[in-house]
Design a binder for this molecule. Structure first.
Ligand code: ADP
Ligand code: MG
Length: 595
């Protein structure tokens, strides 16, 4: 825990230094730090949204503006208290983000960032064109904040409020990232299919994240309005949005501290440029934009991880300590287990499944059953349609025709995450892990659907019992697959074969009824394959049902109770391993392909 203690010392040092600033610094420095604090709040939202969640927003300043105008209007035109203004500002920002998010967050690829520019522009335009908001002159005479009888009109007083809010926002975000919703947010970059396979809805995760980031910007807007006591449209336009993004990128999108460092860097630099550039040219404003553009490009070329990213790489290289190798929390009551169906009852039944990709029929009228407590193997030459079959029965792909029953449910057409929640857990032929998350976190993601805590609970650290239960479960599953002592290593550092096994642990963390494995032994050494076989047999003894695609015939023949053989999309044969091995049609199908 040496590393942790060092970090705490750092944080304590920064807090003490910040607390002392107003006592020793001039009013210029205090104002600059106020601006930095407000910028850091917005950038913190962007670190979560863009850095962790992978959704780029060029419209964050619009949310700052909505909140600033909301509280400005309520406190000037309506004469109400700034504290009501805070509620109103957050409500309006949250609702706007919800509406905008619902309209745009389903857009894929570059369309989402492009749309953020569009609404960023239009909202800023709105401020300049509404009479009640003072058009381009804005709203003035916004009252200063008061806490009890203490006025915060003085920037030195405002300083403390701003930095306490920044501190709390950092704490909230830090808690959030180490929690159930935080893992889902970190999983977003792995794609919707990964999240759906653990029962999470990527769209909802992204939407709540988007609203959270907007609320951070909203808090900043409220502070801004009551600090400056005046709002006008220009500080909320797209140029400012880009500046906020620059702060997050410059500081480092990978760490929360990047928001603080980046805000400081950009604003200090901006101040410096504003002092120096007028000495060089009369067009200082334009040159400032050029300087920032150059900075952006340099960052993207040489330091994508920003300042904090560089710092982190540097400390790693100097051999920073890794910490404990296992999760070692105090024991808690285990997560509730599912009642497994009685051995021999039907778990899965596929009936006349068809999948067409344009003219290609990848799965053609395939039917088979899987009973509780069985291991069934699905085999066939490359391109036979096995992975497609898996995608159909896990509802990862929609079927062209046919039915699938899982337990008592007709699941064809259900969303993948709903099927996962019923107890169907899977692994992928092309591994879907989060390489920058630890083994423990990757496996803990699997328990998503067994637990409940949301963003607010996690941020306020009210989820700790459940979180311990999740981590304890994840450690148990890691022990099961023999990686228990590497819990805190990054998943990306494992060889590919071992990553497949890690996916099994993640699937097991969901407490599944049926485990669907796509080529789990690929890339494993002989000993590892034997260990995997032992694990799967043990799972069968415990009552877990397993459907497995595997190329290694030796491995699969020794393991399974029954085999279904596919060829050219159709079912060729079904039977016990010895019968299938002896079947002429199977031998003919495999002739020429590597068995
Ligand atoms: P297997 O897993 O048995 O090797 P697949 O299910 O991956 O086979 O593929 C079966 C056939 O379907 C192959 O001919 C493959 O090219 C085709 N196929 C698979 N996925 C798609 C897709 N998304 N779009 C078009 N064709 C696909
Ligand atoms: Mg395949």
């Amino acid at each position: 825990m040496n590393g942790n203690r060092k970090r705490m010392a750092w944080i304590a040092g920064v807090v003490v230094a910040l607390a002392l600033v107003p006592a020793v610094a001039g009013s210029f420095t205090v104002s600059l730090l106020n601006d930095i604090g407000i910028g850091a709040l917005v950038a913190l939202g962007l670190v979560l949204l863009t850095g962790v969640g992978g959704a780029t927003s060029f419209g964050q300043a619009a949310f700052v503006g909505i909140a600033a105008y909301a509280t400005a209007w309520l406190t000037t035109a309506q004469g109400l208290s700034p504290w009501l203004g805070l509620l109103f500002a957050l409500l309006l920002t949250g609702l706007s983000a919800l509406a905008i998010g619902m309209l745009t967050l389903r857009l894929g690829g570059h369309f989402l960032p492009l749309s953020t520019i569009a609404w960023g522009l239009s909202i800023a335009m709105l401020f300049g064109n509404v009479d009640a908001l003072g058009r381009h002159t804005g709203l003035s005479n916004i009252p200063a904040l008061q806490i009890g009888g203490w006025s915060l009109a003085d920037p030195r007083a405002m300083y403390y409020l701003i930095w306490v809010v920044v501190g709390l926002a950092c704490l909230f975000s830090h808690n959030l990232l180490q929690s159930r919703p935080g893992r889902a947010i970190r999983g977003l970059r792995g794609g919707a299919t990964l999240l759906a396979s653990v029962g999470a809805d990527a769209y909802r995760v992204r939407l709540t994240l988007f609203v959270t980031a907007a609320l951070f910007a909203g808090l900043a807007g409220w502070l801004y309005a009551h600090m400056n006591r005046f709002v006008s449209p220009s500080p909320f336009d797209v140029r400012m949005s880009i500046e906020y993004l620059l702060m997050a990128v410059a500081g480092g999108l990978g760490q929360l501290s990047g928001a603080l460092v980046g805000a400081a860097l950009v604003l200090v630099l901006k101040n410096g440029l504003q002092d120096v550039l007028p000495l060089l040219t009369q067009r200082a404003g334009q040159l400032e934009a050029v300087a920032f553009a150059a900075l952006f490009i340099l960052l993207l070329h040489f330091a994508r991880g920003g300042v904090m990213g560089l710092l982190r790489r540097w400390t790693r290289r100097r051999g920073a300590t890794q910490g404990a190798s296992r999760y070692e929390g105090a024991p808690v009551e285990p997560l509730a287990h599912r009642q497994l169906p009685a051995r021999g009852t039907p778990v899965l039944s596929v009936n006349g499944a068809v999948k067409r990709f344009g003219g290609l029929v990848a799965v053609n009228d395939v039917s088979f059953d899987v009973k509780a407590g069985e291991i069934v193997g699905l085999i066939g030459p490359n391109g036979a349609g096995k992975s497609t079959m898996f995608n159909l029965l896990t509802c990862t792909l929609p079927m062209s025709a046919g039915q699938v029953r899982f337990l008592e449910h007709d699941i064809a057409g259900m969303p993948q995450r709903a099927v996962a929640r019923l107890g169907l857990a899977r692994t992928f032929q092309h591994v879907k892990l989060r390489p920058h998350m630890s083994l423990l976190d990757n496996v803990a993601l699997g328990a998503h659907s067994r637990t409940r805590s949301g963003i607010l609970k996690a941020g306020l650290r009210l989820d700790r019992t459940e979180e311990s239960q999740i981590l304890q479960e994840a450690q148990r599953q890691l022990d099961r697959i023999g990686l228990g002592d590497r819990a805190h290593e990054l998943a990306g550092s494992l060889p590919l074969g071992t990553q497949r096994i890690l996916e099994i642990a993640r699937a097991l963390a969901a407490d599944p009824v049926l485990l669907v494995l796509d080529e789990p032994a690929a890339g494993l050494r002989r000993k590892e394959k034997m260990a995997l076989g032992d694990l799967l047999r043990k799972l069968r003894e415990e009552g877990v049902t397993i459907l497995i695609v595997e190329h290694d015939m030796d491995f699969v023949m020794k393991l399974v109770d029954r085999l279904v053989v596919m060829n050219f999309g159709s079912k060729l044969v079904e039977g016990v391993p010895s019968a299938v091995r002896a079947d002429e049609r199977v031998q003919a199908a495999y002739l020429g392909s590597v068995v």
